[in-house]
Write a protein that binds this ligand. Structure first.
Ligand code: HEC
Ligand code: HEC
Length: 277
């Protein structure tokens, strides 16, 4: 059983939580009448809600129109890189994988257990494995335009497909450590992920409407960043907001946390690249 009272006190004590119901009553927020938008029904599966359900109407409009969605600048870069020869072996991604459509369904199962390393691999890890081991090329930095563009491009091939990560067999211990991370209080504000994203979706925190903290829209274009960003960047931002030490992007800690967060998102349609405030 969750300790709603304690969680609420935690957020209230930290001076973070706006009055409950602020959204419904206060039409002056950026959110307006978001719950009457018929589009949200495609982003709710059972009791799971995508971040789309808590997004402003303006960001929804942007996300749903590929010409308006700023993330597509990166998608175009990814598309270019797909066909581009790089590295000592003179290969492109297309040379081995063929048409990008051949990757439909691939991204929704990541992070995935990787035997060669005995750990979890996020999509970014696999892209770099192909670059270094199969192309003789340098790895891309996690948050580089190239990596963001390629992961957005690969995930776009699976847009609309349900997230479907496995936590069975060898993935289990990594799932458990991601779950522990999610429920661990940390930082000067002494808050855990669940205290915001399980106990308070639908409540305002400062100028933001809290969602369930799902991962099905990443990489996501954030207006605040003016850029596409990875899920690990978002984790680091949420850690810093409670004044906790962030981990490195691509670290085991964040990759295991990604597994847990994607497992929570299982069944929701892959929306990447989404748009958020
Ligand atoms: C103090 C409250 C708070 C805590 C604690 C917190 N977050 Fe967040 N998080 C936010 C806010 C505010 C946003 C932006 C609005 C939203 O989507 O909830 C956000 C957004 C997110 C998103 C993006 C959701 C989307 O659809 O774009 C993810 C994923 C996320 N958080 C994961 C986490 C994880 C994992 C942790 C624990 C390491 C965590 N958060 C801890 C407040 C918090
Ligand atoms: C020399 C051939 C080769 C090149 C070049 C190559 N790959 Fe791969 N790729 C593979 C092989 C082999 C695998 C592992 C077997 C598999 O799962 O398909 C793989 C796996 C993948 C996967 C995971 C597939 C899955 O089913 O889980 C992705 C995504 C991927 N590659 C993307 C890329 C991208 C992006 C590039 C270009 C930056 C690239 N690859 C370049 C051969 C290649």
């Amino acid at each position: 059983m969750r300790h709603l009272g304690t969680a609420f006190l935690g957020l209230a004590a930290a001076g973070l939580l706006a009055a409950a119901g602020a959204v419904a009553q206060d039409g002056s927020t950026a959110y307006g009448d978001i719950m009457n938008d018929p589009r949200i029904k495609d982003h709710i599966v059972g009791d799971k809600h995508s971040g789309f359900v808590y997004a402003t109407l303006a960001t929804r409009d942007m996300q749903e129109d590929d010409f308006e969605n700023p993330a597509f600048t990166w998608v175009s870069l990814g598309e270019e890189l797909w066909d581009k020869q790089d590295g000592a072996m003179g290969k492109s991604c297309a040379a081995c994988h063929g048409a990008p459509e051949s990757l439909r369904g691939v991204s929704v199962v990541y992070p995935k257990y990787r035997e060669s390393t005995g750990g979890m691999a996020a999509l970014e890890h696999i892209v770099n494995e192909c670059r270094t081991e199969r192309m003789g090329a340098d790895p891309w930095k996690w948050e580089s335009d190239q990596m963001l563009g390629m992961t957005a491009f690969v995930k776009l091939q699976s847009r609309g497909m349900p997230i479907d990560v496995s936590i069975d067999g060898p993935a289990r211990p990594f799932f458990e450590s991601g779950r522990d991370f999610f429920f661990q209080r940390r930082g000067q504000l002494d808050l855990a992920c669940n205290m915001c994203h399980e106990d308070h979706p639908g409540d305002m925190i400062r100028a933001d409407l809290l969602s369930y903290g799902m991962g099905n829209g990443f990489p996501t274009y954030r207006l605040k960043w003016q850029k596409l960003g990875s899920l690990h960047r978002r984790f680091a931002g949420c850690n810093k907001n409670i004044r906790a030490q962030p981990y490195a992007r691509g670290s085991d800690e964040y990759t295991n946390l990604e597994l847990f967060v994607m497992w929570r998102s299982n069944g929701l349609p892959s929306e990447a690249p989404a748009v958020r405030r």
